[in-house]
Structures are given as structure tokens and as C-alpha cells.
Write a protein that binds this ligand. Structure first.
Ligand code: CP
Length: 535
């Protein structure tokens, strides 16, 4: 049997960015070689895992035709054990947790790759982070997880087959792409993934075509702009074609109006019309135009009408078939069957470090005005510069939030005061007498609730030490935080008992937010304190 190793072995693909751009290009190069070899009648044995102890588990907790069948066929190409997990008759029906189910399945094979579709967002990221180390600690092989679509979040392997199809259409040139995204850009995870996946091209122009009710969420538009994409926005196909300079490649999606309320359903005919291609528009397309669609098309109201099926615009049938080649290669990479010849930049896997407390200079022999009630603080801690410069109501809210999150139910005083930074500027202050330290957990909470505040250690009415708190890079392991996304696997309503975990994300304009490590929902720092903190 062939030895399997290499840089991809035991890794997971939960989101597009789990492969670096160089790693994605490697995937496309290999998929091209595989496709060419099979088309020429070859057996492509150099790609086959061919190990009877290797198990491919297809766990589809939501419907699928293309993704499940292309992975099932890919697994059969590899000559490995293929298991199609029957969710309907499994112990999920007896309230078994996702984590317990996968732990059990890991035990049934020497090595496993799980292909998982779930409506719970972040499922694969969670499983890979929890069960990889769990298996390694027990001397078991680290399992791989492949996200086959999680709610509205991501569908990375669809993204890889889409990019492969665009590259193929462009004669494998990576220099540039001009792509229109047309349809339900609000719900479609395959269009969300484009914010990362299109980075394989050096210059990217994206035209977003959707009525306002179905527009691309700002999170993904911002990500596209951050990635240097040129982005234009249109409300309908007609408006887009009238504007001129339409893209040669169009990527349509299905309208998922069933996910929206009755008020939107009433508008369905108008929304459909805005993003459905029509016969009289064909002549307005640029030469060599090609349409794509992740499929399925809506049988009753397809955004790409069926009379286009036998025209040169049809790029979607070949795109769908490409799912087989790219998925064979993804499985070969994660099993370590290929990858030894990869020589690009690998994805960085480490979590950010933890520094967020910076010692600040103390003005020499300054007697501060800090008080407890009307008396000066003799000795204690003063939290200063709370929400400095923000509106007074926001400062009071922040002071209140700090007291709740830090559980400051003790003798102290607080208030909103003038800031030295300007006559009309204010800040919050909390004085806590007879206390000279905060624990690391409290500092972390304080930095997360009120970044930019200072902690002043007072003795003999003087500031002896001053520390400025930034936003901690990671917030986790607290009872009173939770992800605001109700579809996140960690959301308390799913009772999966998965701890919330947030990673700081620095924005292009210097501001920072917290992103859920599992589902990637972005939060303002005050939003993560969901329970006691909001009171
Ligand atoms: N494109 C896609 O994910 O299709 P399925 O839902 O049929 O897997």
C-alpha cells in the first residue's frame, strides 16, 4: 500500500480559507491533471487512496443531490470504505449531540474523512477543532472534516468547483476575472464564499445584481472590498445591462424566498423578474458570455430559463460535472495521497496571541480627582476613559455594562465626567476602593467590553501604575458570552453545549469586531455579552 503523508493529511476544509491561495491553486492544478487523464482514458491511479481501512462518511443532515452524489462517487473512485450515514434513523432523533455522534463514528475506522452538510453553521469548524485533538490524544488518526454546506454560511467545495470552472473557461489564466453574481445574494452561501474564493485571480471585478430585499450582506461586500475586488451594485438584470460593460461570466443563484417572511413573499413576482434572464436580453450580452449556477434550478421559476440549456451560454452542466474532479482531489489531499509536491505558502493555522494589556505612562506626582462618593480614592482601582468621546447615553450604558459583566456589586462609585481631550467630550469612570488588582479573566472581560479604557492603581491618592486595555484577541471560556447567530452550532438554543469563542478582527479603518470562531458571524464587542451582561 502507498504511504500517505504530506502537508494536507488530516486537515479539514470547513471554510474556503482553510486552504491558502497557493493551496487552492494546487487543488485546481491537480483537478485539471485528473480530469485530463480520465478524459484520455487513463486510470489516474496516482490519485487513489486505495486503502480498505480508510473510511469516507457522508453525513447529510439536509437534502442534497449534487454534493452528496459527487462525494459518494469520488469516495468510490478512491477504493475506500464508503458510508452514507442515515440521519433520519440515527440517534439524532434521540437528542444525541453532534459531538457525541462523530466521536463514535471516528472509532469505527483506522482513518476517517467526514463530509458533513448541516443547517447548523460552523459545524465542521467545531468538529475539526474539538475532535482532531481528541483523537490525537488517544493515539487515533486525526479525522478530516469537509463542509458540504452549513446553513447560510459556506459551501467551500462548491466554491472550489466554481473557481475551477471559471479557470477552465478562462484557459487557466489567473490574471483577472470579471463576474456577475445574480439572484438571491442574501441567502446564497455559494455567492458568500466568492468573497474569498475569487482571490485566486489577481484582479477581480464583481457585479452584484439583486433587488434590495435580496442584496449581498455587507459583511461579504466589505470582505470583497478588503480583498481588493472592484464591486458594482445593481438592482436588476435590466439595470445591469443598461449600465454597460457587463461581465462575460454570470453566476446565477436560486431564490430562497421560503426563508423570508410573508411581506417578502408578496413581492416574489417582482423579485424573480429582477434576476431572471429573458429572451430579449441575449443580444445585450458580451461575446463569449457564459452562465453558471450551483444548481438546483427551481423547476417552476428558474433564474436561468430552460430554453438556454442547449445554447453556448450553458456553462452550468460542465460546472456541475467538475464537482467530481475537484472532490476526488480534495479527498486525495486530506488523506495525504497527494500533496508531497506542494511548494507554495501554506495556510497559517495558529490562533492569535493574547497580548492586550499595555502599561501606560503615569503623569509625575499627579493627584487625580478620582472619588468614591465625595471622598478622594485613597487606595484602590479606578477604571477610567470608559467609552471616551462617545455620546453621554452610550457612556452610561457602557458603565452599566461593565458593572454587570464584572459583577461589581460592591461599595464603589461611578459617573460620567468631562474628558481632558476636549470641552464637549466625556468619559466614564468607575472607582473601586480597597482593591489593587484584577484577575486575568476580569481584565479580559473589561478589555472586551470597553476597549481603550485604562486601569489605574491608586495608593496614597496617587496613580502608581496605569494600564491601557485593548480588545483581547480571543474571548472564550466565559459563561455569559454567546454568538448572536441563532443558526450557529454554539447558540444555546441548539443545546449542543459548545462554548462560544470569539476572535478579534481588525477592520480596514482600524476598528475591531469579534467574529464567532465557529460560524464567523461578526459582532460588535458589546453584542457578545448575551446573558447576564445585558441584564
Ligand atoms: N450545488 C449544490 O450544493 O447542490 P446540492 O444541494 O444538490 O448538493
Amino acid at each position: 500500500m502507498t504511504t500517505r503523508n504530506g502537508p494536507f493529511k488530516g486537515r479539514s476544509i470547513s471554510v474556503v480559507n482553510d486552504l491558502s491561495i497557493d493551496e487552492q491553486r494546487y487543488l485546481y492544478r491537480k483537478a485539471r491533471l485528473l480530469k485530463e487523464d480520465l478524459a484520455a482514458g487513463g486510470r489516474a491511479d496516482g490519485f487513489r487512496i486505495a486503502d480498505p481501512d480508510y473510511s469516507a462518511y457522508l453525513v447529510f443532515l439536509e437534502n442534497s443531490t449534487r454534493t452528496r452524489e459527487s462525494f459518494r462517487n469520488a469516495a468510490e473512485f478512491h477504493n475506500v470504505r464508503v458510508n452514507v450515514f442515515d440521519a433520519a434513523t440515527s440517534s439524532f432523533a434521540k437528542n444525541e449531540s453532534v459531538t457525541d455522534t462523530f466521536k463514535m463514528l471516528i472509532g469505527y475506522a483506522a482513518e476517517s474523512c467526514f463530509v458533513v452538510r448541516s443547517k447548523l453553521e460552523g459545524t465542521c469548524t467545531w468538529l475539526a477543532s474539538r475532535l482532531g485533538p481528541w483523537a490525537a490524544e488517544r493515539g487515533m488518526s486525526v479525522p478530516s472534516f469537509i463542509n458540504a454546506g452549513d446553513g447560510k454560511h459556506e459551501h467551500p467545495t462548491q466554491e472550489f468547483l466554481d473557481e475551477f470552472s471559471f479557470l477552465e473557461q478562462r484557459g487557466w489564466k489567473e490574471d483577472s476575472i470579471h463576474l456577475a453574481l445574480v439572484g438571491d445574494l442574501y441567502h446564497g452561501r455559494t455567492v458568500h464564499s466568492k468573497a474569498d474564493g475569487l482571490r485566486v485571480f489577481k484582479e477581480v471585478r464583481v457585479d452584484l445584481v439583486a433587488p434590495p430585499e435580496l442584496t449581498m450582506p455587507p459583511f461579504y461586500v466589505d470582505a470583497m472590498k478588503r480583498n481588493g475586488f472592484e464591486v458594482r451594485v445593481f438592482e436588476s438584470v435590466d439595470e445591469y445591462l443598461a449600465a454597460g460593460n457587463a461581465a462575460p461570466l454570470w453566476y446565477f443563484t436560486r431564490l430562497q424566498l421560503e426563508r423570508m417572511g410573508d411581506s417578502v413573499l408578496e413581492k416574489a413576482p417582482r423579485l424573480r423578474k429582477a434576476v431572471t434572464f429573458r429572451r430579449e436580453l441575449v443580444g445585450k450580452l458580451p461575446d463569449g458570455a457564459r452562465f453558471y449556477h450551483p444548481l438546483p434550478r427551481d423547476r417552476l421559476a428558474p433564474t436561468i430559463p430552460t430554453w438556454l440549456d442547449d445554447t453556448a451560454l450553458n456553462g452550468w452542466d460542465a460546472q456541475s460535472a467538475n464537482g467530481y474532479y475537484t472532490r476526488v482531489v480534495e479527498m486525495a489531499m486530506l488523506a495525504g495521497r497527494i500533496g508531497q509536491d506542494f511548494d507554495g505558502t501554506a495556510k497559517e493555522s495558529s490562533l492569535p496571541d493574547e497580548d492586550f494589556v499595555v502599561e501606560a505612562p503615569v503623569a509625575p506626582s499627579r493627584k487625580p480627582e478620582y472619588k468614591v462618593g465625595i471622598k478622594p480614592v485613597e487606595r484602590g482601582i479606578v477604571i477610567d476613559h470608559i467609552a471616551s468621546g462617545e455620546p453621554v447615553t452610550a457612556i452610561w450604558d457602557r458603565v452599566d455594562m461593565i458593572r454587570r459583566v464584572l459583577n461589581l456589586n460592591l461599595r464603589s462609585s461611578h459617573g460620567v465626567y468631562h474628558s481632558n481631550r476636549g470641552p464637549e467630550l466625556y468619559k466614564g469612570i468607575i472607582s473601586i476602593p480597597d482593591r489593587l488588582s484584577f484577575g486575568e479573566r476580569e481584565l479580559k472581560k473589561l478589555g472586551a467590553v470597553s476597549p481603550g479604557c485604562t486601569i489605574n492603581l491608586i495608593e496614597d491618592q496617587e496613580v502608581k501604575k496605569k494600564y491601557r486595555l485593548g480588545m483581547p484577541p480571543r474571548i472564550y471560556d466565559f459563561d455569559d458570552i454567546s454568538c448572536a447567530n441563532e443558526n450557529c452550532i454554539s447558540h444555546p438554543k441548539h443545546e449542543e453545549h459548545i462554548a462560544a469563542h470569539f476572535l478579534r478582527k481588525v477592520g480596514t479603518e482600524g476598528g475591531s469586531t469579534y467574529v464567532c470562531r465557529w460560524c464567523e458571524r461578526e459582532h460588535d464587542f458589546s453584542e457578545i455579552w448575551s446573558l447576564k451582561g445585558r441584564g
